[in-house]
Design a protein around this ligand. Structure first.
Ligand code: FUC
Length: 783
């Protein structure tokens, strides 16, 4: 039977009887009755038939998708620096000379001419960026196993140990295979055991320009990355795997390693490329992989596993969540999703929340690349949107939950990306705009290309870098670490400088606006996306100038520049409310005439979330207009579109609407059986937006204010969440019952004074640095 990815999307999966093993009889095993049903377990009664059913493990850098096969197991592998191409600078040399005219055409509303000129002179050469690649597959075969009689099959992923397990009985013999990706040891570790002897072989395969060989008893896959769009491949890569089997001899058989008559086998795989930074590809992958395996030559599997679990749990166990249990947890995870679990299975929402945290730990660790559009999991060499870093929402959304979900270490690769992007962005600012500072547009890749790409309608958007640095400041706001602020300040200042030099005075007003730009990817009624001063840009730039000025003041730096930033900020165009009562997306009231009124992007709501400029208490009129915009835009969208709407409705304090959006996100149209977000095929931002949104429904922080249960839906009447971080350096543990706060514990990193708004009233607390305090219903007074 051929399985179409679209069937998985529609939830129309074939039943176990049609699994693709002709004549096979597979009987699934539920988790043992004796085993307490783990709140952190994804589990299935059959192997993955398509990639979107396989289960992900990762150590930030090295990832694997585990299919859970019986006779033949496939682990699809990724290494996060294996991208196509090499260093390149795509800035169009004609751009600077044409910029003035493009601006004039946009101000004159001659959009078609502006598009044509910009497409030819401003858009990059090449027009597209490099792509994230698949490294290949590790194939594990049990040649003697007969698939016609398989019972007690179960594959699972335990988010708490970060270990995937496949177990089954074949011809009366029990097998267990476990897989984890170790961060401390930088390798993939697999163990297969059985209660009777078995034979096993492993092989490596790749779609890259590589060759497989056996050398010194190890499987080697070595090669050079693909050229792309005329950019030569500049990377060497290698994967290296070894087999250990109870001291039994490991033999070479063609391109495979084979063991016979063993009861336990361990496989360890290391992978690396020569990438060290966008300007340095001098790494030696052969040596790196050999060293990693040599370092564990005498380390037993239990030690590797314990080190791995300790490292994972140090992050994962910081947060617990309980949204109630409707008794659906005993079902396999794919069935829970297929039954539209988001509606009546609060434990599935809690699992989805923790899955987002799990995916972040697995795809973004200090020293790794940041999580891209697919985290680190990608089986294609021409993946959708290049599996890159899209900066007009997606890369930012990936990192929305990181601080509040207590995974701040995972933010580190994001900071490094911005530092590297600013280097390329300085060249782009100078060459394309003749400006100081740095700029990035709507996409970047491993090589940190920063000029406008893809096509003029989406690519010509100059606020990618500005948004990124605003998010760097958000990270500071959660932790208030001044060494970190000093590290990011130059990035903020130089991002702001670019706009001091390039903002344009709007004809007829004294406002300063971006031009050329677009309101990410949405067409206005004049048949183009190109425009001047979309609302989102002004919102981002208000944050940029405010936060940069604030950082300069705290650090005692750049007094003169601070004044320039404040003056520029004062001339930014304000948000407007349109005739339909909506928040205007553009300077003109075009929203109701735009060709796609239900467009997936809701860019102009940046100011509500992730920004804080619009707030239901502080700016009630704008909050009402934002609500109207959300209603007009509608609830349906792609995965990340839902993730954004979820956070926005939570910010507006509408728990039922937020819950309805979450249910859409968790429905089979938007969530695959492995809980990956479906933006067909797969995009991880919806997962991270979902995790951030669940927090936002339960607790919010804003300046010196904590909101408890701001968007609690009726479906979660009682529950708890603990370990959530808030702005200002506070961690909270919250228990609620029948919709009311039962207990709140705050732990402060710095001295703080906080106003706490709960459904039943308001409390004010002041804490010293390091102090921990618990309050209950009696501490709140009616507002
Ligand atoms: C933006 C979105 C698309 C997609 C792409 C990666 O362009 O509009 O939906 O998510 O990024």
């Amino acid at each position: 039977m051929r399985i179409d990815r679209r069937d998985v999307l529609r939830g129309g999966l074939p039943t176990i009887a049609g699994l693709g093993w002709p004549g096979s009889r597979v009987v699934a095993a539920a988790p043992d009755a004796a085993e307490p049903l783990s709140r952190s377990l994804l589990w299935y009664g059959q192997p993955a038939r398509v990639w979107e059913e396989a289960l992900p493990v990762g150590n930030g850098r090295l990832g694997a998708m585990i299919f859970g096969g019986v006779k033949r197991e496939r682990l699809q592998l990724n290494e996060d620096t294996l991208w196509s191409g090499g260093p390149y600078d795509p800035v169009n040399p004609r751009g600077r000379a044409s910029l003035k005219q493009v601006r004039a055409l946009i101000f004159a509303r001659r959009y078609a001419e502006a598009e044509a000129l910009a497409a030819q002179d401003i858009q990059s050469l090449p027009m597209r960026q490099m792509s994230y690649q698949s490294l290949g597959d590790l194939l594990i075969e049990l040649p003697l196993v007969n698939e016609t009689d398989v019972t007690a099959y179960r594959r699972s992923l335990d988010l708490d140990s970060a270990i995937a397990e496949t177990r089954f009985t074949a011809a009366g013999q029990d097998y267990i295979r476990t897989v984890f990706a170790s961060h401390p040891d930088q390798l993939l570790a697999i163990r297969m055991t059985s209660d009777a002897p078995f034979d096993l072989s492993i092989r490596l395969e790749t779609g890259q320009r590589g060759t497989a060989a056996i050398e010194d008893g190890a499987l080697l896959l070595s090669g050079v990355n693909n050229q792309d769009r005329g950019v030569a491949g500049a990377l060497k890569f290698q994967a290296r795997a070894i087999l250990r089997a109870d001291g039994a001899p490991v033999q070479a058989d063609g391109d495979a390693l084979v063991v016979r008559g063993v009861r336990a086998v361990e496989i360890m795989l290391a992978a690396a490329t020569s990438f060290r930074s966008p300007g340095d590809q001098s790494g030696d992958p052969g040596r790196l992989t050999a060293d990693r395996l040599a370092a564990v030559a005498v380390t037993d599997h239990a030690t590797l596993r314990d080190r791995h679990m300790a490292s994972h749990r140090a992050l994962f166990r910081r947060v617990t969540i309980d949204l109630g249990d409707a008794g659906k947890g005993g079902r396999p995870t794919d069935q829970r999703v297929r039954r539209g679990g988001g509606q009546e299975d609060p434990a599935l929402a809690a699992l989805y929340f923790q899955y987002g945290r799990y995916l972040m730990i697995c795809s973004s660790r200090p020293g790794s690349q940041p999580a891209n559009l697919q985290g680190i999991w990608n089986d294609s060499n021409r993946p959708p949107w290049g599996s890159k870093y899209t900066l007009n929402i997606n890369a930012e959304m990936n990192y929305w939950p990181v601080d509040s979900a207590a995974l701040s270490e995972c933010f580190d690769p994001f900071v490094t990306l911005v530092e590297q992007l600013a280097e390329s962005g300085r060249r782009t600012a100078r060459t394309l705009y003749g400006a100081r500072g740095w700029v990035a547009h709507h996409n970047t890749d491993l090589w940190r290309a920063s000029a406008p790409v893809d096509n003029v309608r989406t690519g010509l958007w100059p606020c990618g870098g500005a948004w990124l640095v605003c998010q760097l400041w958000d990270h500071w706001d959660f932790h208030r670490d001044d060494a970190y602020l000093a590290r990011i300040y130059p990035l903020m200042r130089d991002a702001a400088l670019f706009f001091v030099d390039t903002l344009q005075a709007e004809p007829g007003t004294d406002y300063l606006v971006t031009n050329p730009s677009n309101s990410p990817e949405n067409q206005h009624p004049y048949g183009s996306t190109l425009c001047a001063g979309p609302a989102m840009d002004s919102q981002i730039l208000r944050d940029l100038f405010d936060r940069t000025g604030d950082a300069a003041r705290r650090l005692g730096r750049d007094a003169a520049l601070r004044r320039a930033f404040a003056q520029t900020r004062a001339r930014l165009a304000p948000d407007r409310i349109g005739a339909a009562g909506q928040l205007q997306e553009w300077r003109q009231d075009w929203d109701m005439a735009a060709p796609e009124p239900q467009h997936r992007h809701v860019s102009h709501l940046y100011a509500l979330y992730p920004g804080q400029q619009i707030d239901r208490d502080a700016t009630p009129d704008l909050a009402r207009a934002a609500r109207r915009t959300l209603d007009l835009r509608g609830d349906d969208a792609t995965g990340w579109g839902l993730g954004w709407r979820l956070n926005l409705w939570a910010r507006l304090g509408d728990g039922e609407r937020a819950h309805a959006i979450l249910a859409r996100l968790l429905a089979p149209e938007r969530t695959y059986p492995n809980l990956f977000d479906a933006h067909p095929p797969f995009q991880i931002d919806g997962n991270f937006g979902g995790t951030a949104g669940i927090i936002e429904m339960l607790v919010q922080s804003r300046e010196e204010v904590t909101r408890l249960l701001p968007a609690l839906p009726r479906a979660w009447p009682s529950g708890s969440i603990a370990g959530i971080a808030q702005r200002g350096g506070v961690t909270i543990e919250l228990t609620w019952r029948e919709g009311q706060v039962e207990r709140l514990t705050l732990t402060a990193r710095h001295p703080i004074r906080r106003r706490i708004i709960a459904p039943a009233g308001v409390a004010t607390v002041a804490l010293r640095a390091g102090e921990r305090r618990t309050i209950g219903p009696a501490d709140f007074t009616a507002a």
